[in-house]
Every structure is written in structure tokens, then in C-alpha cells.
Design a protein around this ligand. Structure first.
Ligand SMILES: C[S@@+](CC[C@H](N)C(=O)[O-])C[C@H]1O[C@@H](n2cnc3c(N)ncnc32)[C@H](O)[C@@H]1O
Length: 208
């Protein structure tokens, strides 16, 4: 099942269309700064340091934040227009070699196994069609080092049904991630931005 039937992505003919047509401050997911739960997890020392992957970086606020806290970040997005936006946010970090921007599908970035200590995903996984989700979880596990973690933000099924990303139930998230990851946290909150839809925040540690 597509996660965006007649949502913003469908309306604009794909992600590039969204970023080209919708003003930056009207992007529903644009919080204008780092995700509050990502800040909390960093400040409480719960995330492994080293190299991080920001999956579907969009405007790049979380990549910039992680770089400022010492991570070396590969920020990936399907959309070149998104990366053009992110380039403004992470300009200094790019100049310092702390962020690299790459236009790619997150399922096919061809990074070696155990490349990352941390994967951050705010709103990428929940846009994927159901058949791609298992491949995503498998790739995340492959690319993470032992003890590596994923910080995952998705829409919740407490949000009213409608167009846009898939609304995950707790059971769906557990079924998707539990084969390869341990849930260190699964908490309810909102997806900060102009609309503040109900959301999950998961902190996942690679098994083994
Ligand atoms: C809801 S937006 C979130 C952007 C950003 N993480 C944020 O929180 O502001 C989802 C982003 O994921 C990107 N995306 C969707 N599917 C992707 C894929 N398969 N590979 C890489 N990026 C993808 C989109 O282009 C979009 O920028």
C-alpha cells in the first residue's frame, strides 16, 4: 500500500516536485530545527558516537545538529531539490567535512557493512510502501556496527486516517523491527512542524 495516495507527494508528482513547489516554511515536516526527541537522546548520552546516516534528510536540520554534536554525517535524500535546501542548513558542517550530502535511494546507497554507529530517520521509513519496509530494516541492520542504534520518527495510528504517510500502530512497528532490533524506547509524541500530527519515537538497538 502506498503511504501517500493523493497526499503532498502525489499532488506534486514526487519528492522533487514538493521541494520545488512548496515554500520551505510550509513543508509539513519542517520543524525549523532539530527534532526535540533527538536532542533529548543526544543530551542524555543514549546514542553511540561516530559516523551517522541521516536517512531522508530533507531540509537537513537533524544532520546539522548531529554534526554540531560531534557525529560525522552522511545525509541522504532521493530529492536533489531537498539536498539543495539542506545545503544551506549544513553549509558550515560540509565545509568542515562533518556532513556529506548524497542524492540516493536509501535502499541502495551501497555503503559497506557496519559503516555507521547511528541511523537517524525522521519521516523517511513511514513514507515507504509496505513491500520496501523489510528491505529497509535489513539494510539498517547491515549498515550498523555492533551496538549501533536507529532513531526513528513515524506517524502514529492515533492520527486520523487520510492522505500522506502511513500511520503505524505499535504492533506494526514492533513486527517490522523486532526481528533485528531491540526497542530501547517507543514513545508517543508529535511530528513537530506546522501541523503537529501524532507520532511515534522509537530508539532501536541492533541485536547481537
Ligand atoms: C517527511 S520528509 C522528512 C525530511 C527530514 N528528515 C525532516 O525531518 O525534515 C521525508 C524525506 O525522505 C526522503 N525520501 C523518501 N523516500 C526516500 C528514499 N527511498 N531514499 C532517500 N530519501 C527518501 C524525501 O525526499 C523527504 O525529503
Amino acid at each position: 500500500m502506498s503511504s501517500d495516495p493523493k497526499g503532498l507527494v502525489d499532488q506534486h508528482g514526487g519528492w522533487d516536485g514538493v521541494y520545488k513547489n512548496v515554500p520551505e516554511d510550509e513543508l509539513p515536516w519542517n520543524a525549523g530545527g532539530p527534532d526535540a526527541d533527538l536532542v533529548r537522546l543526544v543530551e542524555t548520552g543514549r546514542l553511540p558516537e561516530g559516523r551517522a546516516l541521516d536517512a531522508g534528510t530533507g531540509p537537513g536540520h537533524d544532520a546539522a545538529f548531529l554534526a554540531g554534536k560531534g557525529w560525522t554525517v552522511l545525509a541522504v535524500d532521493l530529492s536533489q531539490a531537498a539536498l539543495d535546501l539542506a545545503a544551506k542548513t549544513v553549509r558550515t558542517a560540509c565545509e568542515q567535512g562533518r556532513v556529506t550530502l548524497r542524492a540516493a535511494d536509501i535502499l541502495h546507497i551501497k555503503e559497506p557493512s557496519e559503516s555507521f554507529a547511528l541511523i537517524h530517520d525522521r519521516g523517511c521509513f513511514h513514507t515507504m510502501a509496505e513491500p520496501d519496509r523489510a528491505a529497509y530494516v535489513g539494510e539498517a541492520a547491515r549498515m550498523l556496527q555492533p551496538g549501533g542504534k536507529v532513531v526513528l520518527r513515524t506517524f502514529s495510528d492515533k492520527e486520523a486516517p487520510g492522505p500522506g504517510p502511513h500511520r503505524f500502530s505499535k504492533a506494526e512497528l514492533e513486527a517490522a523491527w523486532s526481528p533485528l532490533f531491540v526497542f530501547e524506547e517507543l514513545s508517543e509524541g508529535v511530528f513537530e512542524g506546522p501541523r503537529r500530527p501524532k507520532a511515534w519515537l522509537a530508539l532501536l538497538r541492533k541485536k547481537g
